[in-house]
Design a protein around this ligand. Structure first.
Ligand code: MN3
Length: 215
C-alpha cells in the first residue's frame, strides 16, 4: 500500500493564483482518487516493486496493466507538481539553473515563452515539463498520465530527468481560469514556481518525491 505525502503547504497558500477550492478538489479528490485506485489494483501486479516509480517503469507499455500505469503515474506526477510550486514563488531562477536556461533557451524570457507555448499547444490533457535531457535542458509535453519521457524512452531513466512540471488537465485550472490555460501557465511561471526545488533537481541534490510502499 502507498500513502500520499502531505501537501507541502496549506490549501489556501497559493491564493489568489490557485484557490483553496481548486486545491481541495485537486489534492483531496483527484490525487487521493488516483492513490486509492492504485492501491486497489496492486494485486494485479506480477512483479516486485518498492516505489511508485518502479511501478510506472515496469507497467509502461503493458496494455493489460494500463490501469495500474495510469494511476501510478498520476500519483507520482501530482506529488512532483505540488513541489514545483510555493507561496511567493515565480520570478526568475538564479545560479546554475539560470545559467543553464540562458545557455539552452537564449534567455529566461525565451524559455518562459516556449514553456507557455508548449503548454497551450498540447491538445487535451497532459503536462508540460522542463527536462534535463543528458546535459541539456529541453521542454517536453506529455499526454494524459504520461510522465516526462520522450517517446521511445522509458520513464524515470537517468539522462531524462524532470525538473519542473505544470498540470494541464482542466481540473488543475478550470475553477479559477475556466478555459484560460495560457493565463494559468503564465501565472504558474510568474507567481508560483519554486525555483529552489527546480534547482535542487538540476544539481542532483534531489528532493523529488520518492514514493515508497509502506511496510
Ligand atoms: Mn491533476
Amino acid at each position: 500500500m502507498f500513502k500520499l505525502p502531505s501537501l507541502p503547504y496549506d490549501y489556501d497558500a497559493l491564493e489568489p493564483y490557485i484557490s483553496a477550492r481548486t486545491m481541495h478538489c485537486h489534492y483531496d479528490d483527484h490525487h487521493q482518487g488516483y492513490l486509492k485506485k492504485l492501491n486497489n489494483a496492486l494485486d494485479d501486479i506480477d512483479f516486485e516493486y518498492r516505489t511508485v516509480e518502479d511501478i510506472v517503469k515496469k507497467t509502461a507499455g503493458r496494455k493489460e496493466l494500463t490501469h495500474v500505469y495510469n494511476n501510478a503515474a498520476q500519483v507520482w506526477n501530482h506529488a512532483f507538481f505540488w513541489n514545483c510550486m510555493k507561496a511567493g514563488g515565480g520570478g526568475e531562477p538564479t545560479g546554475e539553473l539560470k545559467e543553464a536556461i540562458e545557455r539552452d533557451f537564449g534567455s529566461f524570457q525565451s524559455f518562459r515563452r516556449a514553456f507557455i507555448d508548449r503548454a497551450t499547444a498540447r491538445f487535451g490533457s497532459g503536462y508540460v515539463w522542463l527536462v534535463k535531457r543528458d546535459d541539456n535542458l529541453v521542454i517536453r509535453d506529455s499526454a494524459n498520465a504520461d510522465p516526462s519521457y520522450v517517446a521511445g524512452d522509458p520513464p524515470f531513466t537517468s539522462g531524462n530527468d524532470p525538473l519542473l512540471c505544470c498540470d494541464l488537465w482542466e481540473h488543475a485550472y478550470y475553477l479559477d481560469y475556466q478555459n484560460g490555460r495560457a493565463e494559468f501557465v503564465e501565472t504558474f511561471i510568474d507567481n508560483l514556481v519554486d525555483w529552489d526545488f527546480v534547482s535542487a533537481q538540476l544539481v542532483g541534490d534531489t528532493v523529488q518525491p520518492r514514493l515508497v510502499a509502506a511496510e
